[in-house]
Write a protein that binds this ligand. Structure first.
Ligand code: ZN
Ligand code: ZN
Length: 239
């Protein structure tokens, strides 16, 4: 499985050359590529011509805005997202359901409901191909079924909107927003995930990337985890 982080920026920060584009991940296996999310700044300029599928995590503009004029491939999304993009000119839509695995071109995919936004309910994706398995959740406050989502994966790709700053809030007894990096690191430690990469970078990372990367790596090392901050155009091969 080969990953390309075409975009690693969240909508809540001004970008810089390392994080110029909103989060968009390409996952390739056996010559086929799928994409996850497509924010407004990808409108009219998808990074690859012929993906087999484009999966959506949720319907915030930095994840769906690039699809307002259509898409060159089927769009996979759960019902809450599909409803919000109902007016987009998308001819091929595939409705998915959390915890019901589905298969696309050699990938085994499974969506897990996340706590992130009450108005744009989100999912994260567990993606398996060959012997590799990853979990991708660019926007997350909490993963209710965390053990099932993360057990046995090689890599967790998480939400870089917040390092220490609290972007979490309670509404109707539910936690929403963005979990700090160190909370996500502790999830990886609890589920014995050996590697963590951060995407969807927010203001703290944009302003202090070197310092935060250093602190994150040293906290991760103590837990036996390899951690880092992804940047635009970064590639990673998993075997
Ligand atoms: Zn976002
Ligand atoms: Zn969001």
């Amino acid at each position: 499985m080969k990953l390309t982080f075409h975009g690693t920026l969240s909508s809540i920060a001004q970008g810089n050359p390392r994080h110029a584009h909103q989060s968009l991940l390409e996952v390739a296996y056996g010559g086929r590529q799928l994409l996850i999310d497509c924010g407004s700044d990808w409108l009219g300029q998808l990074p690859i011509a012929d993906p087999v599928a484009l999966l959506l995590t949720h319907a915030h503009p930095d994840h769906i805005g690039g699809l307002v004029c259509g898409a060159p491939c089927p769009i996979y999304a759960h019902a809450a997202t599909m409803e919000i993009i109902a007016a987009f000119p998308l001819s091929r839509r595939v409705l998915i359901t959390a915890r019901e695995p589905f298969y696309v071109a050699g990938f085994r995919l499974e969506a897990f409901s996340l706590q992130h936004s009450p108005r744009a309910p989100a999912v994260g994706y567990r993606i398996q191909a060959g012997r590799s398995a990853i979990f991708y959740c660019p926007d997350v406050a909490a993963i209710p079924e965390r053990h099932q989502a993360l057990s046995g994966i090689q890599l967790y790709i998480g939400d870089g909107a917040s390092y220490r700053q609290s972007l979490l809030r309670w509404e109707d007894d539910m936690l929403y927003g963005h979990a700090p990096l160190l909370d996500q690191l502790s999830w990886c430690a609890e589920e014995k995930v050996p590697r963590m990469l951060i995407s969807h970078c927010g203001e703290e990372i944009i302003a202090n990337e070197n310092r935060i990367a250093h602190q994150l790596q040293s906290s991760a090392r103590k837990l036996g985890i390899k951690a880092g901050i992804a940047y635009d155009s970064m590639t990673l091969e998993l075997r």
